[in-house]
Ligand binder design. Structure first.
Ligand SMILES: NC(=O)C1=CN([C@@H]2O[C@H](COP(=O)(O)OP(=O)(O)OC[C@H]3O[C@@H](n4cnc5c(N)ncnc54)[C@H](OP(=O)(O)O)[C@@H]3O)[C@@H](O)[C@H]2O)C=CC1
Ligand SMILES: Nc1nc(=O)c2c([nH]1)NC[C@@H]1CN(c3ccc(C(=O)N[C@@H](CCC(=O)O)C(=O)O)cc3)C=[N+]21
Ligand SMILES: [Mg+2]
Length: 316
């Protein structure tokens, strides 16, 4: 059954982030090849992991592997959990100076004895492919021109692919972290949404969520968003990644009670296979963009859009 969201028709479907991320990586790969052929440059991504958190190890491995698959160079730095803040700052300084490194990502969270804000501020803003440096946060807030955090960027691309222009939509963002909720709210505001940001002190979350044409949920609480929180036809973006032990194995699940809301939603991202793969594809997109900017070349801003356009069959 098609629904109306604002004045746009949507059709209750699953948003296949995994497939969209694969197409985006393909387009990135072509652009990497172009840079190599015409400018003799190979984009380089440095990923720094401190400590041995198993989930972080999986992400870091995936990031490095997918960078390789699109033809980028990847540099993995694994440091012991006991590394000093000073030693980590020295590594970042070295990566800042290294011309083969176009993008730097320091996996969060960091151990408690290291001040995350000091580490983030040490990364050269031009190489800050996470978009966490205050210069980039500020630039994104001012005019949307800074390096944009990967998860919110992925969510915005999924939403625009689903809905086209987002102008005038009421977007509710559940969660206000620096890595997801806050930058997401900024991007949606830039896209002319009316934005409400809700969090753990918000009164009557269900009533606020029910106003949403677009609901982005990033809280880290499995299945928190229920059927009666949803306006029929709303587009739902589930950022949550929760590991649940069930029948002796680990299952990944989101922050939205998927089963109960699915038929009510205009469209919904699954977990896994929704926002997660888009986050990594956007990290590669930011690394490509950083490489272009460091070479003073104009970056093709419509790359993602073009990646998803139906293509005429290519003749060999
Ligand atoms: N798919 C992806 O690519 C990514 C997924 N994630 C996942 O997204 C989720 C959120 O991540 P992140 O933003 O880093 O998490 P944080 O823990 O940093 O932030 C959680 C936010 O949710 C709010 N919150 C927590 N509990 C409630 C509640 N009961 N009611 C209302 N609000 C609540 C908090 O409010 P307050 O500020 O008041 O404490 C906070 O703003 C996690 O599951 C994480 O694993 C994260 C990054 C990328
Ligand atoms: N500096 C920094 N930047 C980050 O972007 C960052 C970070 N630190 N710390 C941790 C969070 C989390 N995050 C995810 C990325 C990909 C998936 C992902 O690919 N998820 C797959 C499933 C992967 C699996 O099976 O575990 C999916 O949803 O389909 C999930 C989560 C990035 N983060
Ligand atoms: Mg810390």
């Amino acid at each position: 059954m098609p629904h109306l969201v604002g004045d746009k028709r949507v059709d209750g479907k699953l948003i296949d982030g995994k497939a969209m991320a694969a197409k985006l990586r393909e387009a990135i790969g072509e652009q990497v090849a172009h840079l190599h052929t015409h400018h003799q440059v190979t984009p380089g991504l440095a990923v720094v992991l401190v400590g041995e958190d198993p989930a972080s190890q999986v992400y870091v491995r995936n990031k490095a592997r997918q960078a390789g698959e699109v033809g980028m160079q990847s540099f993995e730095h694994r440091l012991d959990a006991s590394v000093s803040e000073q030693a980590l700052l020295a590594l970042i300084d070295q990566l800042n100076q290294d011309p083969a490194v176009n993008g730097i990502l320091v996996q969060l969270p960091l151990p408690d004895h290291i001040a995350e804000t000091r580490i983030i501020q040490a990364i050269a803003p031009a190489k800050d492919v996470d978009g966490f440096h205050p210069i980039n946060v500020g630039q994104v807030a001012i005019d949307g021109q800074g390096m944009t955090p990967c998860t919110p960027l992925g969510c915005k691309l999924l939403l625009e692919h689903q809905l086209g222009d987002l102008s005038g939509q009421h977007a509710v963002v559940l969660g206000r972290s620096n890595i997801v909720g806050k930058p997401m709210a900024n991007l949606l505001l830039q896209a002319n949404c009316t934005v409400t940001v809700a969090h753990s002190r918000t009164h009557d979350l269900p009533a606020i969520c029910r106003q949403a044409d677009i609901l982005v949920v990033a809280v880290g609480r499995p299945g928190m968003v229920k059927r009666d929180w949803i306006k029929p036809g709303a587009v739902l973006i589930d950022v949550g990644i929760n590991r649940i032990e069930e029948d002796d194995r680990t299952r990944l699940t989101g922050d939205i009670d998927f089963q109960s809301v699915q038929d009510l939603a205009g469209a919904i991202t699954p977990v896994p296979g929704g926002v997660g793969p888009m986050t990594i594809a956007c990290l590669l997109l930011n690394t490509l963009q950083a490489s272009y900017q460091q070479l003073n070349l104009p970056f093709p801003d419509d790359l993602a859009e073009r990646a998803w356009q139906p293509q005429a069959a290519t003749t060999p």
